[in-house]
Design a protein around this ligand. Structure first.
Ligand SMILES: Cc1cc2nc3c(=O)[nH]c(=O)nc-3n(C[C@H](O)[C@H](O)[C@H](O)COP(=O)(O)OP(=O)(O)OC[C@H]3O[C@@H](n4cnc5c(N)ncnc54)[C@H](O)[C@@H]3O)c2cc1C
Ligand code: SF4
Length: 574
């Protein structure tokens, strides 16, 4: 069996995406005024910008990062977006963008190489440029967690102001307009019928075979994880070649469907959308009556960090859950001394991501076949209905894991981290290890927060985000229950030894960061209405993961995208 790491040198990478060609062109100057400005070219912003342009609105999409091209050698294992310890490959630039970690006894300044920074990605496409692209719909119960479970003391658990049914048509648009590969059994847990997926699912690969056997012996139903990837050519883009550098890297053949390869090119094709990279929005500007009139931005890629204002009838913020909250808090005026949308003090609260209990098991024989992308078997049996705990998680095997990440996160506790014994263990066991993991639905806490730091500023002099607080203790209880299910699955699949453990109480955000500008019906307990319109502002909207009232027991991006279709359609029709 081949088990080296393949080089992709020799592929015509330049021809792979229209955006990489666009990156070479001289930037079009930013105008003084647009119909709409969208801040952040990630999952939410890329979709809203496209819908606005397609509806005939002159739209500026502002992105502080740049275009990221695939690495001609497949990927630098030390610098990728899933292991930020040694550097990142999809932004942000390191020294320029500190944050303050105030979760411990003494606040400390951290860079994006530190887990406490809670990085996602900062580039054209945002997280979708390098994501793993698991494309789960949330469970209908995820939208009414308070009604299902009550509200634990000290938590801010709440129902969404919309139902699963409100989002279902928009989920379907994402699945067809960006492209999802899956199996209609994936809809079983949602309880609703659907058009199905446009592409067949990925096949069960090496590690899926024993896991399928184990699940069958337990009587657990399984399904292939839906993926925003092409299993066959789709949308003018290639099919996946099953390489080993998927999660954390741009796709070398453009088979991963992010907004950079779908909605942004679609919007640009209208001639009404302009994408400005290397441009940082410093604040949202209001007039003497407190109404939003546009943004103040630093157009670094254009004129060398000049600060200028750009006017617009509508502003849509989609900068990711931490940066969106930071931007609203930094948009202060005499009318809004605590920041925009923050009259009730909710901007920046309820920061959540996912707790990820992960168990690993040692098999008799190798089960790793190196066939990417990796996650090929899942169960949704434990998303709800777990005795004594709130919510739960979808469980599945993981992406092909780089040896360096396995070395850092996956070794049993008694194996030395260095030296000859470590090398021996890695050589003999890396390919015999199975992993089961899942995104545990967090129970939000109002004290898990994004605030502004009073003393630390970024390279442009803008106050940085200060992260503090912890998730609610109920999250840890749920994570412990889900970890037991991970172990049960591994045992039933034949693992002779199992290790790992549920995470302890802390703050999470990271790549699944959400919740800092939650939507709701009551302006006293939320930041926006159910269409992302910031309470008290007719022309200011939010369209990213900040809106999530709760973050489901699934990877969140399909929900970010479905919400963006819903909000983009609403705003475009105004
Ligand atoms: C390695 C990796 C793997 C992942 N795997 C999965 C997966 O398998 N399934 C899943 O569901 N999710 C996955 N995710 C998470 C997913 O990518 C995020 O949920 C999603 O991108 C969030 O969308 P968003 O619109 O909220 O923010 P983002 O996509 O983060 O977009 C925000 C954008 O705004 C820009 N920005 C911020 N501030 C400013 C400013 N002031 N001015 C201008 N621009 C600004 C940022 O640079 C960024 O590009 C993964 C993410 C990563 C990085
Ligand atoms: S596994 Fe497939 S989709 Fe993922 S990066 Fe490789 S070729 Fe692209």
């Amino acid at each position: 069996m081949a088990h080296g790491w393949l080089s992709l040198t020799g592929r015509d990478l330049g021809a792979l995406t229209g955006l990489s060609r666009a990156a070479d062109a001289a930037p079009e100057p930013i105008q003084a005024e647009y119909d709409c400005i969208v801040i952040g070219a990630g999952a939410g912003g890329g979709i809203v910008a496209c819908l606005m342009a397609e509806a005939g609105h002159r739209t500026l999409l502002v992105e502080r990062g740049s275009h990221v091209a695939p690495d001609p050698d497949g990927g630098d294992h030390l610098r990728n977006q899933r292991l930020s310890l040694y550097g990142v490959n999809a932004g942000p630039s390191l020294a320029e963008n500190p944050r303050v970690d105030a979760t411990g006894s003494a606040p400390r300044t951290v860079l994006a190489t530190d887990g406490a920074w809670n990085n996602n990605a900062s580039c054209v496409g945002g997280g979708t440029r390098v994501y793993g692209a698991q494309a789960w719909r949330f469970h209908p119960k995820d939208f009414r967690m308070a009604s299902e479970y009550g509200v634990p003391d000290g938590s801010s658990l709440a129902d969404w102001p919309i139902t699963y049914g409100d989002l279902a048509p928009h989920y379907e648009r994402v699945e067809w307009e960006l492209g999802v590969a899956g199996d209609t059994s994936s809809y079983g847990y949602t309880g609703s019928g659907s058009r199905g997926y446009p592409m067949p699912p990925f096949p069960v690969t090496g590690s899926g075979v024993p896991l399928a056997r184990g699940a069958a012996s337990l009587g657990w139903e399984t399904l292939p994880p839906p993926m925003l990837m092409n299993t066959i050519p789709y949308g003018g883009r290639n099919a996946c070649i099953h390489c080993r550098h998927c999660v954390g890297f741009p796709c070398p053949v453009d088979a991963k469907n992010g907004v950079h390869s779908t909605m942004i090119p679609r919007g640009l094709a209208t001639g009404l959308l302009q994408l400005a990279t290397g441009a940082v929005v410093r604040e949202i500007v209001t007039d003497g009556k407190g109404e939003v009139t546009g943004v103040a931005l630093l157009e670094e890629a254009y004129t060398g960090a000049n600060l200028r204002s750009v006017r617009a009838r509508t502003v849509v913020v989609a900068a990711g859950a931490i940066e969106t909250a930071r931007l609203l808090l930094n948009s202060r005026s005499s009318m809004h001394p605590d920041g925009l949308g923050n009259a009730s003090g909710h901007v920046g609260r309820n920061l959540q991501g996912h707790y990820y209990p992960s168990a690993r098991g040692l098999m008799e024989e190798p089960c790793w076949d190196g066939v990417g992308p990796g996650p090929c078997i899942a169960t949704c049996r434990f998303n709800h209905g777990n005795p004594g705990v709130i919510g739960g998680a979808m469980l599945c095997n993981d992406f092909i894991e780089l040896p360096i990440i396995f070395w850092r996160n996956g070794l049993p506790p008694d194996v030395p981290r260095w030296g000859i014994e470590n090398k021996r263990w890695m050589r003999e066991n890396y390919r015999r290890t199975l992993q089961v993991t899942g995104p545990v639905q967090e129970i939000p806490s109002p004290n898990a927060r994004v605030e502004l730091d009073g003393s630390v500023r970024d390279r442009w002099g803008i106050p940085v985000a200060r992260l503090s607080g912890r998730t609610h203790p109920e999250t840890v209880k749920t994570a412990a229950a889900i970890w037991e299910r991970c172990c049960e699955w591994l045992r039933a699949s034949g693992a002779s030894r199992i290790w790992g453990g549920p995470p302890g109480l802390g703050l999470s955000g990271g790549q699944h960061q959400a919740g800092t500008c939650r939507m709701g019906r009551d302006p006293r307990s939320s930041v926006t209405d159910s269409f992302g319109r910031v309470h008290g502002h007719q022309n200011l909207f939010i369209a990213d993961a900040s809106l999530h009232v709760t973050n489901g027991g699934f990877n969140p991006v399909l929900t970010v995208m479905a919400m963006a279709f819903r909000i983009g359609g609403f705003v475009a029709a105004l």
